[in-house]
Design a protein. Structure first.
Length: 211
């Protein structure tokens, strides 16, 4: 008898759990999106005036103590002591080792695939990765090569070139062009996008006087 009662209770609890699971909406973005974003991206493009509006509307009303402080730092582990870079522009092969500029260039080469993949997540603007400084044929006199971006807005033909970019810069652009108002770095440390407004202006070629 007790076994039957227990079985009935279990079935009822499972049914309630399923019902609650179906009726409880999933929280997709607990911080919301930039209030100027939805209308701006409606046509799939972001022009200069829309970019400026998004920058102007970055909120700073968060309880910063509740933002995620992130995880512990980690160090990249690589099994190779040298890496061959193949230039997508001319096809020339350039060899780099861990000793190049104390490993900074070497590590940059290892990250290029991540740059190429992440750029495709930037919305509304045309962004192309410029890797030519890493090519000994395209840029033979560059001693400290860095990656660059060529950015074009939907309503312009002129391209803005910005050099010395990082993976975090790419993350800024992904989040910003997706209407996000919080930046999350690779350690899951959260900061308001408004804290990075100056860097966004530099990346996008927007003059501070327009904001």
């Amino acid at each position: 008898m007790w076994q039957v009662i227990i079985a009935i209770i279990i079935v009822v609890c499972i049914g309630i759990g399923v019902a609650v699971g179906k009726t409880t909406p999933k929280k997709t973005n607990q911080y919301g999106i930039n209030k100027a974003y939805t209308e701006s991206i409606a046509d799939g493009k972001l022009n200069r005036s829309e970019i400026i509006a998004l920058l102007k509307n970055l909120p700073d009303t968060f309880d910063r103590e509740k933002l995620n402080m992130g995880a512990m730092c980690y160090e990249r582990v690589s099994s190779a002591d040298r890496v061959e870079y193949v230039c997508p522009h001319c096809g020339f092969r350039t060899l780099y080792t861990e000793e190049d500029q104390s490993g900074a260039i070497y590590n940059g080469i290892l990250e290029i695939d991540s740059y190429r993949r992440l750029i495709g997540k930037i919305k509304g603007i045309e962004v192309k990765l410029d890797e030519r400084e890493f090519c000994a044929k395209c840029k033979p006199y560059v001693k400290n090569p860095k990656l660059a971006l060529n950015i074009t807005f939907g309503d312009e033909k002129k391209t803005h070139h910005v050099g010395g970019i990082s993976l975090e810069d790419i993350k800024f652009l992904i989040e910003f062009t997706n209407g996000e108002v919080i930046h999350t770095n690779e350690m899951d440390w959260e900061t308001p996008m408004v804290d990075h407004k100056k860097r966004l202006e530099e990346l996008l070629g927007i003059s501070e006087k327009n904001i």
